[in-house]
Design a protein. Structure first.
Ligand code: GPW
Length: 831
């Protein structure tokens, strides 16, 4: 390719290449240039925002050099790529991450200092890229970091929402949602106005004969919307590899049609068309673990999937390879069922556009896709009404019917006497109205299906996907336990701890092979080391205490035990169990004598998390937490012994402050409901202990760090069903300790009792589906053990160090390597 450029031109290009900055002076020059030219400002009106913008632009220039090289190299070597399709990428801030990954933070710090800025203030100017709800979206972000750091040729594909997850305000104890307009100034994205795809909706299917007399389907008419690509560079840690995250934005198709309308005076309807088109990528659906079946959501899914596949196929066709080689060049991972339409769309492209036979096409499709399931909760499993499909995507529905027909025929052949099986596994649910079961479609359309922690992968194979294991055999199903990137979740969030670890493990190489942490174990008995360790934790707690003071005007004692539960608010995650436990503690303190109170270990109970705007019960939980806080925090009997804090607007950048400051974090879902959880890993990696149920990744964390280093309690997953059954048939009395809590709530101690009636009666009168009462006693007992153990600080710190030393397994690097080997069959590309 290079040879096609004549020598003199090539020379002109090469000698003028932008080399990025190599030292402080060169970086300073870049910043000043961006302030003065790109931003049209000067030293006289350069505020923190402008300084942030210029710093970000300087790093962006640097990233894009490596990005170009990485992309060129991937193209020249014609290597297989992995495409990660996710409706959510919860990236958080990019600047600190970019500086650390390219090892430019020290340069930036001293340069900004010389220019009159503090780097922490500059970092703090950036809006979070909050294009996700919770764990699923943050996992995608950790995966991008690992794929780049491990030099895998990988692209992420998603939607460029104009509004990410809403901002949460707490007003009078209630959650209020505020739109998150984050794009105001986003230096990290490159609009590619030349990379567009026209996407079709609605219309009808016409069958015709081709030249050979073969019947072909043509999908015609309907609405067309244009997808525009926006690229974000994804730098790897300590490697030039820089991958791409391509997000699609929707706009009205610029066709004759609009133009004519505009000219013929139909100004209003032309504007309306525009708005309708832009609506598709306007907003992220704010539901976590819940499917609401909205037409616009299905439109988002098809818009994003069709644009991404067009892009992927276009790239493949440039290589001029035969179609059967497609799966040697392309692996596509479906992040939950949200992108499952990609299976149907690729089949449609191959048979309707490229003229392949069904079987040949289907073999390519199934060899290309892998599907990751992230939940067993029935309310989260996507189903779409057949009628909606028929209307929006008529050709896709036909193809789904055919996929289902061939699938059911093969099942019938293998299980001729099992009529029931056919209706159980049918992709079409024969309900009223009929529904398309997206998880089943994803399984049938993929060569591998994985869960995200061992228990979860076992559960899907023995419950919701049991029949499919029978049909396809156990080999199609596998487990890949989730992981987290140690770059953001230790090095960036907890720089002092990272430095201490580096000083004992032989430098920062542990960030590339997290199992190196095991070297820490030899320092567990080293008093000086323990002291340094404890000082860092204390400093992190002081920082959080200051944050709490500045945002809520509540003073908390940094020497108290910080007990943290931050995650989306959901009944299955059981923040209600936590707050009931807090109330129980409060009632006990109230009953104590002054002497007894002196023996108590002081605690700060910290909550954070968003409720889906339509999830009324979750909002009640937030309200209760805040009301309990306003009673407890000003009760003079309690003083420092207990404070209850609800941190507003929990997000990635706040997690980076909260997680390093935790002594104890809560991961207390009803056993069998939390597929994995990933914040559990983040908390332990930052030297905090866990109180948790035998659920999700808690089980594997226990196996790795040792059961003496974790506070486990509660019902086991295999016993959950029986307990629920018993509740439904009346054998159910509320735990006596919990009853006292309910009495306090109903007496109006925490505000109008009516406000919390539903929270109480969910447990007392409506079957206690999440087993709050069943687990209450063992929760309280275990919290008591925590209090006792926290009093012995030397032992507590030793447990923390030992745990961190044993957390190597939970790096998302390990996780990505497993996907690469077991599912994607892809190799790193040497740099
Ligand atoms: F319902 N998860 C999430 F499976 O954050 F799609 N949002 C979601 O909508 C879903 C799952 C979905 C989470 C799981 O709840 C959590 O247990 C898991 O650690 C995380 O996905 C990443 O696998």
């Amino acid at each position: 390719v290079e040879a096609s450029i004549p020598e003199p031109q090539r020379e002109a290009w090469t000698k003028n290449q932008f080399d990025g900055f190599k030292n402080k002076d060169e970086f300073e020059k870049e910043v000043v240039r961006h302030v003065e030219t790109t931003l049209a400002r000067s030293m006289f009106n350069c505020d923190d925002v402008a300084a942030y913008s210029a710093t970000a632009l300087a790093f962006r220039d640097r990233l894009i050099k490596d990005w170009n090289k990485t992309q060129q190299r991937q193209t020249f070597t014609d290597s297989k790529r992995i495409y990660y399709l996710s409706l959510e990428f919860l990236m958080g801030r990019a600047l600190d991450n970019a500086m650390l990954n390219v090892k430019g933070k020290d340069i930036a710090k001293s340069a900004l200092d010389e220019l009159g800025f503090r780097i922490e203030d500059i970092i703090g100017q950036e809006n979070d890229a909050a294009l996700g709800n919770g764990g699923l979206g943050r996992l995608a972000a950790c995966f991008l970091d690992s794929m780049a750091s491990l030099n895998y040729p990988a692209w992420g594909y998603g939607l460029r929402y104009r509004y990410g997850i809403f901002k949460q305000e707490i007003i009078d104890g209630y959650q209020v949602e505020v739109p998150d307009y984050w794009l105001d100034f986003n230096p990290w994205e490159f609009p590619r106005h030349d990379v567009t795809v026209d996407i079709q909706f609605y219309g009808h299917v016409r069958k015709s004969q081709d030249a050979n007399g073969k019947t072909v389907a043509n999908w015609e008419g309907g609405e067309t919307v244009t997808a525009v690509a926006y690229d974000m560079p994804i730098p790897g840690y300590d490697t030039p590899s820089t991958n791409n995250l391509r997000l699609w934005s929707s706009k009205a198709a610029s066709g004759e049609f609009d133009f004519q309308k505009f000219n013929s005076g139909e100004y209003e309807s032309s504007v309306a068309d525009q708005q309708r088109a832009e609506t598709i990528s306007a907003v992220l659906y704010p539901n976590d673990n819940l499917d609401r079946g909205k037409e616009l959501r299905l439109k988002q899914q098809y818009f994003w999937v069709a644009a991404s596949l067009y892009d992927i196929v276009r790239r493949f066709k440039k290589s001029k390879r035969a179609w059967r080689e497609f799966p040697d060049q392309v692996a596509i991972q479906l992040n939950d069922t949200h992108p499952t339409l990609a299976v149907v769309e690729l089949q449609r492209i191959l048979i309707d556009k490229e003229g392949l036979e069904w079987d040949e096409a289907w073999a390519i499709v199934t060899a290309t896709f892998g599907y990751t399931n992230h939940t067993v909760l029935p309310e989260a499993l996507e189903k779409w009404p057949v009628g909606l499909f028929q209307h929006l995507l008529p050709r896709h529905l036909q193809i789904i019917y055919d996929i289902n027909l061939f699938f059911l025929q093969s099942v019938e052949k293998r299980f001729p006497d099992d009529r029931d099986m056919l209706s159980r596994v049918s992709i079409i649910e024969e309900s009223q109205p009929k529904m398309v079961r997206m998880a089943y479609l994803a399984i049938v359309g993929s060569h591998k299906v994985n869960g995200v922690a061992e228990l979860h992968s076992d559960l899907i194979q023995t419950t919701i996907f049991k029949d499919f294991v029978k049909i396809y055999g156990a080999d199609k199903f596998t487990n890949v336990t989730n992981g987290i990137t140690p770059r953001r979740w230790l090095h960036q969030a907890n720089p002092r701890l990272s430095e201490l670890i580096a000083s004992k493990t032989g430098g920062y190489d542990y960030l590339k092979d997290l199992t190196t942490l095991n070297k820490l174990e030899q320092y567990v008995d080293d008093k000086a080391f323990r002291k340094e360790w404890a000082e860092i934790k204390y400093a992190n707690k002081v920082r959080l205490a200051k944050y709490i003071k500045s945002t809520l005007d509540i003073t908390v004692n940094p020497a108290a035990l910080f007990d943290v539960q931050v995650k989306r608010i959901h009944e299955y995650k059981r923040q209600q169990l936590n707050i009931f436990g807090v109330i129980y503690r409060y009632l006990q303190i109230k009953e104590m004598s002054a002497e007894e109170r002196k023996k108590q270990a002081p605690r700060v109970s910290i909550f954070g998390g968003k409720a889906a705007p339509g999830y009324w019960m979750a909002k009640q939980i937030i309200h209760l937490i805040n009301n309990v806080g306003s009673v407890v925090n000003k009760d003079p009997d309690v003083g420092d012994l207990l404070k209850v804090i609800f941190l507003e607007d929990y997000n990635v950048s706040k997690a980076e402050i909260i997680i390093p400051a935790s002594d104890l974090s809560e991961h207390i879902s009803t056993a069998g409901t939390e597929a994995s959880g990933t914040s559990n890993m983040k908390f332990v990696l930052n030297g905090g202990l866990i109180i948790g149920t035998c659920d999700g990744a808690n089980i594997e964390i226990t196996r790795e760090i040792g059961q003496e280093n974790i506070f486990l309690f509660g019902t086991l997953s295999e016993d959950v069903e029986d307990l629920r059954h018993n509740h439904t048939y009346g054998k159910h009395a509320v735990d006596s300790g919990l009853q006292k809590v309910f009495d306090a709530i109903t007496s109006g101690k925490f505000g109008d009792a009516n406000d919390f009636g539903a929270l109480v009666s969910a447990v007392r009168d409506h079957g206690d589906y999440y087993l709050v009462s069943d687990d209450f006693q063992s929760y309280i007992d275990t919290q008591k053990m925590v209090d006792e153990e926290y009093k012995n600080q030397e032992e507590w710190v030793s447990k923390c160090i030992r745990s961190v030393a044993r957390m190597g397994f939970f790096s998302s690097d390990r996780c990505i390597n497993e996907y690469a080997e077991e599912i994607w069959n892809i190799e790193p590309l040497a740099v």
